[in-house]
Design a protein around this ligand. Sequence first.
Ligand SMILES: Cc1ncc(COP(=O)(O)O)c(C=O)c1O
Length: 379
Amino acid sequence: MNTSTISRRRFAQLLGVGAAAAVARPALSLARSPSPAPVATTRVVRLSHNENPYGPSPKALKAITDGFEFACRYPDDHADLLVEAIATNDGVGTNQVLLGAGSGEILRVCAAAFTGAPANADAAAGTLVVADPTFEAIVGHAQRRGAEVVKIPLTSSFAHDLPAMSAAAKRGLVYVCNPNNPTASLTPKSDLRAFITSAPRETMILVDEAYHHYVDSPDYESVIPLIKDHPNLIVARTFSKIYGMAGMRCGYALAQPEAIERLRPHALNDGVNITALIAAEASLRDANQVATGRRLNSEARAVVLKEFAALGYQHIPSHGNFVMVDLKRPVVPLIQAMRQRNVQVGRLFPSLPNHMRVTIGKKGEMERFVSAFREVIKA
Ligand SMILES: Cc1ncc(COP(=O)(O)O)c(C=O)c1O
């Protein structure tokens, strides 16, 4: 997630969350606001955090409701059930799965286990090597451990520069985000496979596949099948994106059992809540969630891409639920102008100062985006 200048509470108000409370006090609200603005036109369109606007699977929602009765229990039995479901789904053993409160926790745990200053007794002295730009959460985690962080610019085709990353990697951790956030670009599967196969064993490799389900390219593959031959490979996955559960916080790591045991001491025991576990397990049983999510995303994405082309703006080919468009001028004033029109887009990414990151929302939201975008680029 990126930081936003609008508080989450304010955002919830703009979305109309808490409307039930307003309904309970109609006289008061009417007295204070004789001519309220119509809700539909004042709502914020949030295209800033790469969320899935369609939400969890109906099966997950039902499982959550049915599962409330377990809220008084510690979540270990349900964690075991989810681990079994993930292991079956991804073709690994149950001892190769570590759950986290979102894949964000997995990134923190990897930084804790494999990066740190040489003086740090409880961590292997390790550099973190990342692309620039990429999803930066892990950078902060490594820096807080006193680790050196090396940033390697993406190539001209917005892929990870794996030879340069490999040269910079000493002991420690190389983070590869594929598809990459914020660019939604791919690192070709043959390059990534060659990098993983040739990396020295003391270099840990973390491949973040948060947007895996949205990719539809012959140039892409998950690296999960490589785990069995590579004790230094970790894959991070999340239920926040295609499974629409960003607010529930559930993600996981896959690796060989020894690597999982090096990560486990850094994770919070019982750190994923029981409703998230139940919802995630039910999501994996709903094949439609992935197929429908992919279809709706590509339909809504087509609306904006067509518009960018018509207006003469190039975009980085998108393999995710977001797209980076080149505005050919500084993005910051346009982010602000969009916000004034109640459309929130991604923050500034300093190495791409002329690009705007736009999350793909529902079709109607993209239409609102398009009409605000047309206004702001004319101004
Ligand atoms: C590439 C990437 N990895 C990890 C995350 C963290 O997601 P979560 O903690 O919700 O699983 C995000 C969030 O946007 C992301 O873009």
